[in-house]
Design a protein around this ligand. Structure first.
Ligand code: ZN
Length: 505
């Protein structure tokens, strides 16, 4: 009885802290979608004040007392209860071991960092941004030290996003991927089809923004995104935030790159479907929060790539696409449209990269982050190191920092250890895809009829509703029946892109 009471009280306290945290999500969304440029400092102070309140709620001594009671009875707890307690312990340690003044400083620095990055990127001025980045690395190191991981600050940064992950584990997975991917990229880009695909994509120009907005809304709603419980707006860098019945996605429009807004919206829809699929009654506890960023990315990638770049997806949506955009679409036939959707071309910009070369962008960032934290690379040397790595991995060298080290928002608020999640997400998506095709032969034929329900239901049950009952690697093992490996990603890329680019060779 005491166990039940303690668990109920603990759950209520955790959920309250989570609700307060979601207010910060809305402030963050508003900052990137609506905020007047002159309001940055004011928003920074709002973030800082709220961070204090959130911190106090999560660090309430009563949570510590309840955790002690429940941990003493761990043997009598059911598996779900143990998962709730373990996650609560993780959050509580994080909340109580970080001094309030540190939390305040980090929140304000994150907000200032975002605006400093936006200005530096616009002016191609890395020098003005370098001190911000140095400060962010220092804060990340201090955070790791407060949490007892001062010896391995980068492991700590990874574990924050994906519970249990280490630099060594990521390095092993990435090394195997790099070994097979680099020659595959060379084969594909060396194919004469590559130029035809790029030319087809380049002919898609002058697609009015309003029609793009209509089309991507129809597509994302058909995939299952519930617009009664979410919305989509415009921001500099597309993202998805919020959870449960208030999920905020963003995209950005370019009339001459009409596939960009569409695919970034489908990507964010994958994130949104995951958040909308978490068990509402458990929001905030381990039974109602996402498993981590790699699993999150697996959901966005699965919808964006495995689903929306398939022939069957386009069999469903091509007629409507031609209807909405009319004469603009006459520059490609169906085969050329499919090629344009699956065009492969090494580019300097990660968010514009195709799904084949994308992983090389992540390996680049992982290697630089690891070196920054190991102390073998100084912030001031980042632009040069970036150029060298881009040349080695992508065969391209950025002419300026805007298309090099300044292109991504992530480091501006200290989100180190986040990038690897994207590539791990690709691996997990491919492994889930192999599994669902085994379970449901003919799945893609359902896409051609506009029916995505079986796939969404399967993901709801096997991934979304599992929430954070288990760690990332354990979830992958339980759902797919094997350890996480890059081989499914390589096999998927070979199957889809091999058929297009390497057939008959
Ligand atoms: Zn994403």
């Amino acid at each position: 009885m005491e166990t039940e009471r303690a668990l109920a009280e603990l759950t209520a306290l955790i959920k309250r802290a989570h609700v307060l945290g979601t207010i910060g999500d809305i402030l963050g969304w508003d900052e990137q979608v609506n905020l007047p440029p002159g309001a940055a400092e004011q928003r920074a102070s709002q973030h800082a004040a709220l961070a204090e309140v959130v911190h106090a709620a999560g660090a309430a001594p009563r949570i510590g007392e309840l955790l002690a009671v429940l941990e003493a009875r761990a043997g009598t707890l059911a598996a779900e209860q143990r998962a709730v307690v373990a996650q609560a312990r993780r959050d509580y340690d994080r909340a109580t071991r970080l001094p309030p003044e540190f939390v305040r400083e980090k929140a304000a620095q994150g907000s200032r960092g975002f605006h400093a990055w936006a200005r530096a990127k616009a002016a191609d001025d890395f020098a003005s941004y370098a001190p911000v980045l140095e400060r962010n690395v220092e804060l990340a190191r201090r955070e790791a030290a407060y949490l007892g991981r001062g010896d391995a600050p980068y492991d700590h940064a990874l574990d924050k996003h994906d519970p249990g992950l280490t630099a060594a584990a990521v390095e092993r997975l990435f090394a195997e991927l790099k070994r097979d991917l680099v020659p595959l990229v060379r084969e594909i880009t060396g194919s004469p089809v590559a130029a035809r695909a790029r030319a087809a994509a380049a002919r898609l120009k002058g697609f009015p923004v309003e029609a793009q907005r209509v089309f991507l809304r129809e597509v994302t709603a058909r995939l299952g995104f519930d617009y009664q419980r979410g919305r989509i707006d415009v921001s500099l860098h597309p993202f998805c935030s919020g959870t449960g019945s208030d999920v905020r996605m963003t995209t950005r429009y370019n009339e001459d790159q009409p596939l960009d807004a569409l695919f970034s919206s489908i990507h964010e829809t994958g994130h949104g479907l995951y958040e909308q699929g978490l068990p509402a009654e458990h929001l905030g506890t381990a039974l109602g929060i996402n498993a981590g960023m790699a699993v999150h990315e697996s959901q966005s990638r699965l919808w964006e790539n495995q689903v929306a770049r398939s022939r069957e997806f386009w069999r469903c949506f091509e007629p409507r696409w031609r209807e909405l955009f009319g004469s603009r679409t006459e520059v490609v036939d169906s085969e050329e449209l499919y090629l344009a959707v699956n065009a492969v071309e090494p580019t300097l910009i990660r968010v514009e990269a195709d799904e084949v070369t994308y992983n090389l962008h992540i390996i680049l960032r992982f290697e630089l982050e690891k070196a920054l934290f190991a102390g073998t690379l100084a912030v001031r040397d980042l632009p040069g190191a970036w150029r060298a790595a881009a040349k080695e991995l992508l065969g391209l060298e950025p002419a300026d920092d805007r298309t090099g080290v300044l292109q991504d928002v992530h480091w501006s608020d200290g989100s180190f250890g986040y990038f690897p999640s994207y590539c791990l997400g690709n691996m997990i998506a491919a492994q889930l895809w192999a599994r669902v095709r085994q379970l449901r032969p003919g799945l893609e034929a359902e896409f051609a009829r506009g029916d995505f329900g079986w796939l969404l239901d399967w993901l709801r049950e096997n991934v979304h509703r599992q929430a954070r009952r288990q760690g990332t690697l354990e979830l992958v093992r339980n759902v797919t029946g094997e350890e996480l490996s890059p081989r499914h990603l390589i096999a998927y890329l070979r199957e889809r892109y091999g058929a297009l680019y390497l057939a008959g060779r």
